[in-house]
Design a protein around this ligand. Sequence first.
Ligand code: BGC
Length: 263
Amino acid sequence: MTDQPQSRRHAGRRALVTGGATGIGRATVSRLAAEGAVVVVNYVGGPDDANELVGEVGNAGGRAIAIEADVSNEDQVVSMFARARDELGGPIDLLVNNAGIEKPFLLVDMPLDEWSKVIAVNLTGAFLCAREAARGMIDAGVPGAIVNMSSVHEQIPWEKFGHYCASKGGMKLWAGTIAKELAPHRIRVVNVGPGAILTPINRDLIEHPEEKRRVEAEIPWGRLGKPEEIAAAVAWLSGPEAEYITGTTIFVDGGMTQYPGFI
Ligand code: BGC
């Protein structure tokens, strides 16, 4: 699927991908740029990965810029969108809320700051970026799309990841709600729900064959997904062929949400 020639369906669009320097975000930046969008690579922490990606996109004939911002920080998000508008000459019309973190703790061991950090990045960060993006599109009267990187854990409970599940379950009803608010402005909101994907967030899993086999057993398709497979879904869902899709979640999970362990 990902080897197919890509269309230029995003030519002329201004995209912003949060957590865009690595993993699913990185594949999404490359894909959207290859399809013609100018892309802001949002990152936090060291700029090396983001700068390298900007270079890669440029070498492939596209355009990307890197902007650092902690998505859970209101001032930094507002400044990032203002800078993006200045540098790209107009508002962001395709936001991919991809930044996300996770770290396992049982309920009884969960420190408040770990709970708060996950909610702040995964859910509040998506809210702050969507609010700025929507304000920019509405002010300029341009249509657009907001794609949220949710998870199969929008639906599947996951022990030791109560904060993460709360953030993704919250993302489900929040996305439906803002989809209703934004439809009159011709702004669509779609959640993508990846299953287990070969990205840095799953490093532990990838490096432990036994654990990897255990996860593969939870996937009817029998393997972990590739970041490019998620990026392909984002590119299609944010494009014109998907105009009638809003307020829902598309799972890209090899069937993980179909309860493979149930007998
Ligand atoms: C998590 C991964 C996990 C997958 C399936 C994703 O949302 O980020 O760490 O492997 O769900 O459980």
